[in-house]
Design a protein around this ligand. Structure first.
Ligand code: FRU
Length: 507
C-alpha cells in the first residue's frame, strides 16, 4: 500500500507537470483526512463504490492552489481512509470546466456504454462555460481509470445560466434514474427522470425553503433512510448546500426531511425550518456514496471542510482544501422531530494506535492521569461521557501549546456544545475566521457524550451520540499537541474517556 500511495502521488505530480513533491508531512497536513498531494480542491464529486473500491473524485485545479481550471481529481480506497491517488479523471477541455456532479454504476446497462457484460461507471457532471452550465455524462469501462465523454453532450440544458451539480440515483419505485440538480440562483432543486441517463424529463421543483436569506443553493442530494427503531418506516432526505446563510456565516449544508414519490419531494416540516448537517464553519458540498452494497447498507457522506468566505486564504502549501472523514448518516426520532445523526465511518478504527482509558474521575484527577501517561497528540480519536454537574462550562482543550488551544466544550445554560477556535493558532488570514461555533444540545440525565476527531488542522465534533456535528479547521503550531479537560463555575466529572492516537493513513 505504501508504494502504491507514493507512486500515486508521483503520478499526480508528473501529470500536472510540477517539480514540487508532497511528503504529507507539511505543516497542517491532515494525516487521516483526504487531501490532494498538491493544489486546490473543493467539493467531493462522484462518490461511488464499485468492485471493492471506494472512489473519490473531487473538484480540482491541476495547475495551482487557487480555484480555477476545474477538473475532477480522482483517488480510490479499499477502506475509506487510505487513498491511492490516480490521474485526473475529467480535465477541463478548452475553456469548459468540469463542475461538481455524481457517479453511478449502470448495472442494467441502460446507457448502452457497458462492454463485455460489465456495467459501466457513469459520471454525471456540469459542463461550465463562462456563460452557461449544462449537464454532461462520461463513462468508464475500466474501473474508473480512463473516461470517455459522451458525444451527445450536453444531456440536459435549460434556460438558466446557474444550473449545476447533478446528483443521480436509481429509483426502484419508478424503475428509472432520478437527477437532483440546482437552479442555484433561484434556490431551487429541480428533479428530472431518465430511462438511460441520456434523455431527461423534468419532474418537479422544490424550494426555496429552509434558511433565509441564503445567496444560492448548490450540490443537492436526495436519498431514503430508515427511521431508526421503527421497523418498516423510512423517510427521504433532501440535502442542499447553501452559499452564505449558515448560522455562523458563510457556506453550510442544510437538509429537509420528507417524502419522495418518484416525482416530487415534499417537506414534512414548515417551510422555514432550517436543519443543518453541521454547525461548524467548515463543512460544505456534502455528497453521499452511491452503489453501497446492500449488505453494507450504510449511507456514507463526505463534505469539503472549508468555507467559501475564506477558502482561498487558508495557510497551507503545496495543497489547499480537504475532505471530511467519511460519515455514516442515520435518521432518528427526537422530541423535536426526525433528525440526522452522524458518526465517523467505523473503518477509522484500523488506524488506532496508543490509547488511554479513564473512568469516573474528577476533572483534575483526569488531567493528572493524562499528563502522567504522557498522552497527547495532533491526530486523535477521543470518546467521552461527561457529567456536567454544577459546572457552567466544561470540556476539552485540544491542540494545546504556548498560548494556543482549541476548545470543545459544553455550557449548561443555554445547553450547547461548541468549538472555540479564537486562540487556536494562526487565525488572522481572514477577519471572520477566529470565533466560537455552538449548537443547541440538551444533556440527557445531566450527561453529554462526545466524539472528537483531531487531525492537525481539522477538528470534527460529534456530540450527543452524533445528534450535533461541528467541524472547524484550525492552524496551530506543530508543537501544540497537549490535551486536557477544564470545568468552570462548578464541579463536573468524567464518566468515561477513551482516546486513541490515530496513525497516518499516508505513511
Ligand atoms: C460548490 C460549487 C458548485 C460548483 C463547484 C465549482 O462549492 O460552487 O456549485 O459545481 O463548486 O467548483
Amino acid at each position: 500500500m505504501r508504494t502504491l500511495l507514493a507512486l500515486g502521488a508521483v503520478v499526480g505530480l508528473a501529470a500536472a507537470g510540477f517539480a514540487q513533491t508532497a511528503t504529507y508531512k507539511e505543516p497542517y497536513r491532515p494525516q487521516f483526512h483526504f487531501t490532494p498531494a498538491i493544489n486546490w480542491t473543493n467539493d467531493p464529486n462522484g462518490l461511488v463504490y464499485h468492485d471493492g473500491e471506494w472512489h473519490i473524485f473531487y473538484q480540482y485545479n491541476p495547475f495551482g492552489d487557487l480555484w480555477g481550471h476545474m477538473s475532477w481529481g480522482h483517488a480510490v480506497s479499499e477502506d475509506l481512509f487510505r487513498w491511492q491517488h490516480l490521474p485526473v479523471a475529467l480535465p477541463e477541455v478548452g475553456e469548459v470546466m468540469a463542475y461538481s456532479g455524481s457517479a453511478v454504476v449502470d448495472h442494467r446497462n441502460t446507457s448502452g456504454f457497458g462492454r463485455g457484460g460489465e456495467p459501466p461507471l457513469i459520471a454525471i457532471y456540469t459542463s461550465r462555460t463562462v456563460t452557461d452550465q449544462t449537464q454532461s455524462i462520461a463513462y468508464s469501462n475500466d474501473r474508473g481509470r480512463t473516461w470517455s465523454r459522451y458525444e451527445g453532450n450536453p444531456v440536459l440544458d435549460v434556460d438558466d445560466p446557474a444550473f449545476r451539480d447533478p446528483k443521480v440515483f436509481w429509483h426502484e419505485g419508478t424503475q428509472r434514474w432520478v437527477m437532483a440538480v440546482v437552479l442555484a440562483e433561484q434556490r431551487k432543486v429541480s428533479l428530472y427522470g431518465s430511462p438511460d441517463l441520456k434523455e431527461w424529463t423534468h419532474l418537479s421543483d422544490f424550494g426555496p425553503e429552509g434558511a433565509h436569506p441564503v445567496r444560492n443553493w448548490e450540490c443537492p442530494d436526495l436519498f431514503e433512510l430508515p427511521v431508526e427503531g421503527e421497523p418498516g418506516r423510512s423517510k427521504w432526505i433532501l440535502q442542499v448546500d447553501s452559499g452564505m446563510g449558515h448560522p455562523w456565516t458563510g457556506s453550510g449544508c442544510q437538509y429537509f426531511v420528507g417524502e419522495f414519490d418518484g416525482v416530487r419531494f415534499t417537506n414534512d416540516n414548515p417551510p422555514e425550518t432550517a436543519l443543518w448537517l453541521d454547525w461548524g464553519r467548515d463543512f460544505y458540498a456534502a455528497q453521499s456514496y452511491s452503489n453501497v452494497p446492500a449488505e453494507d447498507g450504510r449511507r456514507i457522506v463526505i463534505g469539503w471542510i472549508s468555507n467559501w468566505m475564506y477558502a482561498r486564504q487558508k495557510p497551507t502549501s503545496p495543497w489547499r482544501g480537504a475532505q471530511s472523514v467519511p460519515r455514516e448518516l442515520r435518521l432518528k426520532r427526537f422530541p423535536e422531530g426526525l433528525r440526522l445523526v452522524q458518526q465517523p465511518a467505523r473503518e477509522i478504527d484500523s488506524l488506532r494506535g496508543q490509547s488511554i482509558l479513564l473512568r469516573d474521575l474528577g476533572i483534575e484527577e483526569a488531567n493528572r492521569r493524562i499528563a502522567s501517561q504522557g498522552f497527547k497528540g495532533d491526530t486523535l480519536d477521543l470518546q467521552a461521557e461527561i457529567v456536567i454537574g454544577t459546572a457552567i462550562d466544561v470540556g476539552f482543550r485540544v491542540l494545546q501549546g504556548e498560548g494556543e488551544e482549541t476548545l470543545v466544550g459544553f455550557t449548561a445554560s443555554p445547553a450547547e456544545v461548541y468549538i472555540d477556535r479564537s486562540k487556536s493558532g494562526v487565525v488572522d488570514f481572514h477577519e471572520t475566521f477566529a470565533g466560537r461555533h455552538s449548537a443547541r444540545l440538551q444533556p440527557s440525565d445531566g450527561r453529554v457524550s462526545v466524539r472528537i476527531l483531531v487531525d492537525r488542522s481539522v477538528v470534527e465534533v460529534f456530540a450527543g451520540d452524533g445528534r450535533v456535528a461541528i467541524t472547524d479547521r484550525v492552524f496551530p503550531r506543530a508543537a501544540s499537541t497537549a490535551l486536557s479537560l477544564f470545568a468552570e463555575g462548578g464541579e463536573a466529572r468524567v464518566a468515561s474517556l477513551q482516546a486513541w492516537k490515530i496513525r497516518s493513513a499516508w505513511h
